[in-house]
Design a protein around this ligand. Sequence first.
Ligand code: UD1
Ligand code: UDP
Length: 380
Amino acid sequence: MPLVMPVFGTRPEAIKMAPVIAAVARSPQLQAHVTVTGQHREMLDQVNDLFGVTPDDDLDVLIERQTLVDVTTRTLDRLTPLLRRVRPDAVLVQGDTTTSTAAALAAFYEKVPVVHIEAGLRTDDVYSPFPEEMNRRLTTRLASLHLAPTPWARNNLLAEGVSPDAVCVTGNTVIDALLWAVDRRTPFSDPQLKDLDDDPRPLVLVTSHRRESWGRPMVGVARALHRLAEAERDVVFVLPAHRNPVVREVLLPPLRDLPNVVVTEPLPYGEFAHLMARAHVVLTDSGGVQEEAPSLGVPVLVMRENTERPEAVDAGTVRLVGTDEQTVVSEVTRLLHDADAHAAMAAAVNPYGDGRAAGRCVAAVEEMLGVGHRLPDFEP
Ligand code: UD1
Ligand code: UDP
């Protein structure tokens, strides 16, 4: 029976890979050898625990304040002997992290076919997001099978000369994960959040971590949050802080001692999904959150200059606001006080998936390995 090796290392990859691992486990045609790089540690293990994923191998690459070179070289060094030992028939990578591109390169060097999940996302600037835009372009060149989440992503691949036979439109597996998580209605375990469901105050949910925002842009975001929290005393701002010390050093000090700002550790995925559904506005630079919140009908303000996920922007649920302090303050203030502006963005839309993406991914892999047939493409 063909053996596939999913390789992943960060929180968003773990969330988006979990439904695929579950679908492989259900397939009578495939077996899996689950490998994590450990690019993230606590944030990765938290997700694997929730989804009941026990890695067969853990490359444990994380070092405090790691560079892109650290993650790349340690992944190549440690994955190569494992590929030689396990000899999988395909390696599955997800998205655009350094784990995914380094794993794809290691597999290519061993002549193991690469399957790219969430293929074809693009901006027109290789430095934004950095390094993710280049990571996904490189992974496209290394991959044999491209699982595009949307028709837009498929068209990007075809425009770059990828053969249509090698592309399948699957929907994004994040929606599979989200629907599963929302259904569980996980209560908040952090005492700071436990009364939120009975709290009448509007909630603004904030996340920020992007590398291209480190330094000045993130200082602007921190100042904007401070001003908003002082001006909007009847609004509660919740910031689950990324583990990265570079991010924490900038974002957290200006938010100390503000009674309506709650800073938490990274939340277990079920609790974060609960919080997104409870939010009045989401303010974020996250890729995954941009995909999830629209399907919950929550307006999203994206603190970036561009996005590789234009579908929800076109649908009106997501708006790009950048990281300028004054713009962030004005845009959040508008959604808090202008009910029409909020209503115009609050319609639930589902351009990214229907909850059945993982089945399409696995069927396409089965076809590539000669043990099955792909399913019809996802149509939003
Ligand atoms: C990485 C990905 C980014 C993705 C993000 C999701 C790259 C280059 N970046 O960025 O695409 O959007 O994950 O969150 O692949 N740390 C811990 N424990 C953890 C996680 C992180 O201590 O569980 C700390 C470490 O000090 C680490 C730092 O955070 O050095 C940065 O982690 P890293 O994976 O290099 O970058 P992210 O900004 O998390
Ligand atoms: N998330 C989570 N707990 C948190 C913050 C985010 O489970 O405290 C989830 C979120 O729902 C989304 C994913 O983590 O699915 C996004 O991760 P992140 O923003 O770190 O990475 P990106 O998507 O930007 O690559």
